[in-house]
Design a protein around this ligand. Structure first.
Ligand code: NAD
Length: 478
């Protein structure tokens, strides 16, 4: 199977005729090819997006909304096909793609398609002098670059507000998980999205991704991915004065106090640790536990995690394959490093070799580690796999210090029934998001993003629509 670029409303092969292999993580085998796009493909995409911009911006929010809602309907009509594609391409359990990834992709389109109908702008009445009103106008051609962990979910999360606000878009999905973005381009054609409004170019981050960042006619970049990539992007785009939104890595703390609702905490912590093989930027990878319940937590958590079924993601399992051979090596490297440092591997710790179709797939047991200091590499660096570490604490201050003690600050989870403690700690956590007695409960209206090395800017709700528009103040003398 060959996937194609979507440029100026057409599906087309890369100009230079070069292709990349796309591998199914569960089997380790190549199952499709994607365009290795270059600056030539980008030039066509930018020309198409530039030509489409005036009409799309002038179309009006209601018409843009109608087309986007049609796309959302089509995602739902093709839900099963898309879920199977996502599972095959990423290695995630099909059940997760069915209940999370694909419904959320439709929800993203619907949310911003309707949000734009309710957007209002500010006025400032300067008594006796002037009336100021603010226009929020689309920027022009913008770039959206997304990662492999939640492919269609994050791809649509970026392009939906950009399109709703009246921009035209050059989008690049991860070369590791390009399939659902390709299927999405077919749905855009079916929905009647005007040619050039959305252009999807496939290929390597270092080649076509970097070309998008460097292109002078692409005025804003919305990026989700690793912190190191974010740094490269900022170094290129900032001196060009591009608007930048960077959603980067995390090393999220999950703080557990003895007074929490034990059962809810336990079942949610299993999910927040190992959903999507631990490859969600919001996963709680450092579990910080009050010492009085540390041993109890260890026993109960290990018992619960050992019940997780690992296997072929197209079947009824809880844990599928990690995304690539390179990523498998990276994760196993961290586990081996923990062993060398004398840590206790309480559960997992090895690669899993399955029989049959998945014999060469990239499977790792859910792994729980303790006995490491809070400042060692496993507790400081993002592993982004099915690996969590346990750290005990004695006082609230110590818990906060450990939680804040990394370069990251994306999300934190807090388990306690004490209301005053909740507010006290939530205020002190260096984190863009704090979940109290829950995890991954999303409301698309809320600001989403990280502090410190976890990113710059916020997505979600009005924040995203503000990012994808320029504010212009008009001052009228009274
Ligand atoms: P990555 O940074 O390697 O790649 C992300 C995207 O950027 C891909 O499409 C890639 O092709 C592209 N890219 C790579 N180099 C580029 C360059 N020089 N210029 C332009 N584009 C380039 O990240 P990944 O490995 O795909 O994803 C995992 C990372 O994403 C983790 O660090 C995870 O925490 C992070 N993430 C963050 C969030 C968030 O909301 N903060 C959400 C999901 C994932």
């Amino acid at each position: 199977m060959k996937l194609l670029n979507y440029i100026n409303g057409q599906l087309q092969e890369p100009v230079k005729g070069q292709w990349l292999d796309n591998i199914e993580p569960a089997t380790g085998k190549v199952y499709s090819q994607i365009p290795a796009s270059t600056a030539d493909d980008l030039a066509q995409a930018v020309a198409a997006a530039g030509a489409a911009f005036p009409a799309w911006a002038a179309t009006g929010a209601a018409e843009r909304s109608t087309i986007m809602l049609r796309i959302a309907d089509l995602i739902e009509q093709h839900q099963e096909r898309l879920a199977q594609a996502e599972s095959q391409d990423n290695g995630k359990p099909i059940s997760l793609a069915r209940v999370m990834d694909i419904p959320r992709a439709a929800a993203n389109m619907r949310f911003f398609a309707t949000a734009i109908l309710h957007q209002s702008t500010e006025t400032h009445y300067n008594e006796g002098h002037s009336l100021n009103y603010t226009l929020r106008q689309p920027i022009g051609v913008v770039g959206c670059i997304s990662p492999w962990n939640l492919p269609l979910y994050l791809f649509t999360w970026k392009i939906a507000p950009a399109l709703a606000a009246g921009n035209t878009v050059i989008a690049k999905p991860s070369e590791i998980t390009p399939l659902t973005a390709f299927l999405f381009s077919e749905l855009c054609i079916e929905a009647g999205l005007p040619a050039g409004v959305l252009n999807i170019v496939h290929g390597r981050g270092t080649e076509i991704g970097q070309a998008i960042i460097e292109h002078p006619k692409i005025k804003a970049i919305s990026f989700t991915g690793g912190t190191a990539t974010g740094k490269t992007i900022a170094a290129t785009a900032a001196p060009m004065f591009k608007k930048l939104s960077l959603e980067l890595g995390g090393k999220n703390p999950n703080i557990i106090f003895a007074d929490c609702n034990w059962e809810e905490m336990l079942s949610t912590t299993v999910r927040s640790s190992f959903s999507n093989q631990g490859q969600i930027c919001l996963c709680g990878s450092r579990i910080i536990i009050e010492r009085s319940v540390y041993e109890r937590f260890k026993t109960d958590f290990v018992a619960r995690v050992k019940q997780l079924r690992i296997g072929d993601p197209s079947t009824d399992v809880n844990v599928g394959a990690v995304v690539s051979a390179g990523h498998l090596d990276k994760i196993m490297g961290y586990i081996n490093s923990a062993r060398q440092q004398g840590a206790n591997i309480l559960s997992g710790g090895t690669r899993v070799f399955l029989d049959g179709r998945c014999a060469e797939g990239y499977f790792i047991e859910p792994t729980i580690i303790d006995g490491l200091s809070a400042d060692c590499n496993l507790n400081q660096e993002e592993i982004f796999g099915p690996v969590v570490t346990l750290i005990p604490f004695d006082t609230e201050e110590e818990a906060i210090a450990i939680a804040n003690g990394t370069q990251y600050g994306l999300a934190a989870t807090l388990w306690t029934q004490d209301l005053t403690r909740t507010h006290r700690i939530a205020e002190k956590l260096e984190s863009g998001i704090v979940w109290v007695n829950c995890w991954l409960v999303r409301d698309l209206r809320t600001p989403f993003g990280g502090v410190k090395s976890s990113g710059v800017g916020r997505e979600g709700g009005w924040e995203a629509l503000k990012f994808f528009t320029e504010a212009k103040n008009v001052c009228v003398k009274l």
